[in-house]
Write a protein that binds this ligand. Sequence first.
Ligand code: URA
Ligand code: SF4
Length: 230
Amino acid sequence: MAGRSDEMGAAPFVPEERSIPILGEAVQKCRGCELYRDATQAVFGEIDAGASKQTSRVAIMMVGEQPGDQEDRQGRPFVGPAGKLLDACLEEAGIDRDRVYVTNAVKHFKWEPRGKLRIHKKPSAREIRACRPWLNAEVEAVKPRLIVCLGATAAQGLLGSGFKITQEHGKLQQATGLPPILATLHPSAILRAPSDEDRQRQRASFVQDLREAARFADGASKPRRRTVQE
Ligand code: URA
Ligand code: SF4
């Protein structure tokens, strides 16, 4: 039947105000698709894991797929193994972590049980569409110079289902109504590479794409370098 909440998507739950704290609170009440049911909480976007204060304008918005097991428990994006790899590669590419806003195409963790484990399940095209109003609101609130799509889910969500990361990664793309977009590998895909050699190769390609993103996002103004504290 028409009018059911799973067809409506997130739009009715998104407040007018374009402020990340307000949006991040409202997303907890979203019932725009079924995924909220089995998740611990919604995981909204944020700036940085470790930076103490926000000092400069966000240059890059990174869009992953959906929260993983750790993210679902902690309520923050990219805090698990994929996030650790992302942090290392951002540093290697010379990107200040406090100028990066990290989020996901889908805000609730989709999973299926395998024994005691919760195994990641790929979100459907319908779920990605349902969740899109949150991503649009984030883009409007954050106004990044560049969006970096991590992996095919985010890339195809923003650039169309025919988009091929293998062919188009690292190149600037334009989609109507959005800032420039650059797509690259998903750090989880790198972690799953079948051999060490593949992993090294994919990681190098990922860092190279991030360097390209940095070059573009920096534009005329030089980013302020900050020392990363361990
Ligand atoms: N993978 C994602 O796509 N997003 C996260 O937040 C964590 C892992
Ligand atoms: Fe709403 Fe997105 Fe969660 Fe679905 S996945 S309930 S659309 S926040």
